[in-house]
Design a binder for this molecule. Structure first.
Ligand SMILES: C[S@@+](CC[C@H](N)C(=O)[O-])C[C@H]1O[C@@H](n2cnc3c(N)ncnc32)[C@H](O)[C@@H]1O
Length: 386
């Protein structure tokens, strides 16, 4: 067998044995541990083939063999000529540097909404065709620069010969594989944060002394964004998982943040904690647990394993959590509802539920179409309590 035939055979072996229960990158790590004879170049190339296969989503799922789909995935996702493609399909390799739309046309694909399995369930602000095509392009890595360190960071990137694009005053796009922590060693200079996630900050207009609650804080990405805008807010963070609040403590420490309260709490149950129940908040951030479908450009395997039923389950979870927290908002205060989902049921429908049942009114916000610039897609809305 040639090296290229071996690569395809290994990719097929992985795809056949992968059942979606672990994130693909964890599964690949385990697979390569069991096959230690593969060198780092082999591992990289095989992983790439597997990812590019999953980037096809539902495209040609019924009509073509797995090996053929692996090659077509490579053709659609690669931008530069590849020895593997040249070996198997030189006629495709010749056209590999064309734009995705032209490559699809070359393959006689006119219906470009057949990659993403749930196109009919998309939020109104998502362009179905562009969103489907975005899966062939790997999203970038984004950093948010802090404390006016952008120019110093750009100098370090240039010194290390790392290509970058400046997206805004505090936002830099980098190639996905960049090991930024080896280039910028002071972690307080920047946060790794997707461009769309950074854009959510436009809905934060904090004033010193206000009481804010980041109710599903995870490791605190939104909270750090908030405090960078206004260090004088009084912040409470909570999450259902103790381990994740531990991560938050570590991340806050590295970011130089010391003044905050934290609590571990399951918000599917009514709030009974004395740290919260007798207080009223000026603003609550609900960055809700969700399908994460707006981030599947980074984890395309989800397109093969997520089921439609799960959308409804997430919607129910979001509504339950929202219903348990809105009464803790002051009249005139705001709820900032956020998901990294592209599904109407998790986005507009939850907002409609809140407007109908909780006396809230949408003020601003909506879909953040990150797929248009190699970022995640999100939904973020500010609702005011009447
Ligand atoms: C989308 S993440 C939040 C991301 C975070 N705000 C950030 O910017 O990095 C959603 C979080 O909700 C938490 N969560 C899930 N179910 C919950 C529940 N029942 N009560 C409270 N938090 C919950 C998860 O542990 C997860 O950390």
């Amino acid at each position: 067998m040639t090296r290229w035939e071996n690569y395809i055979a290994s990719a097929e072996k992985i795809i056949v044995s992968y059942d979606g229960s672990l994130p693909l990158h964890h599964f690949l790590k385990g697979f390569f541990k069991q096959h230690p004879y593969m060198g780092s170049r082999d591992r990289r190339q095989i992983s790439q083939l597997v990812y590019q296969y999953y980037r096809l989503g539902q495209l040609w799922q019924q009509e073509k063999s797995m090996a053929e789909r692996i090659l077509l995935g490579t053709f659609l996702c690669e931008k530069e000529s590849s020895d593997l493609l040249q070996f198997f399909r030189p006629e495709l390799n010749e056209k590999v540097s064309l734009p995705v739309a032209e490559k699809l046309a070359f393959l006689d694909i006119t219906e470009t909404t057949t990659v993403f399995p749930f196109t009919a369930a998309l939020s109104a602000g998502i362009d179905g065709v562009a969103f489907n095509q975005s899966f062939f392009i790997q999203p970038d890595l984004f950093i948010r620069t802090r404390h006016n360190r952008q120019s110093a960071i750009l100098r370090q990137l240039e010194k290390a010969d790392i290509p970058y694009t400046v997206i805004g005053e505090d936002t830099i796009a980098l190639p996905n594989s960049t090991k930024i922590d080896t280039v910028i060693t002071d972690k307080s200079w920047y946060e790794i944060q997707d461009a769309s996630s950074q854009q959510v900050g436009a809905l934060f207009t904090p004033k010193a002394g206000e009481l804010w609650w980041d109710s599903c804080a995870a490791s605190g990405g939104k909270s750090i964004l908030l405090l960078d805008k206004q260090p004088g807010v009084k912040l409470l963070v909570s999450d259902v998982r103790a381990s994740i609040i531990q991560n938050l403590h570590q991340r806050f420490k590295e970011a130089g943040i010391r003044q905050y309260e934290s609590i571990v709490m399951d918000l599917t149950a009514p709030v009974t904690s004395s740290a919260i129940k007798d207080r009223l908040f000026d603003h609550i951030i609900l960055d809700a647990p969700c399908s994460g479908s707006g981030t599947w450009g980074r984890t395309p395997e989800n397109m093969s394993f997520f089921t439609e039923k799960q959308i409804t389950e997430y919607q129910q979870l979001q509504q339950k959590i929202a219903a348990n927290i809105v009464h803790l908002l002051k009249p005139g205060g705001t709820l900032i509802y956020i998901t990294c989902s592209v599904f109407r049921q998790e986005n507009e429908e939850v907002v409609a539920f809140l407007e109908k049942g909780s006396g809230l009114k949408q003020q601003e916000g909506g879909v953040i179409a990150g797929y248009a610039h190699r970022a995640d897609s999100m939904f973020a809305v500010k609702l005011i309590k009447q």
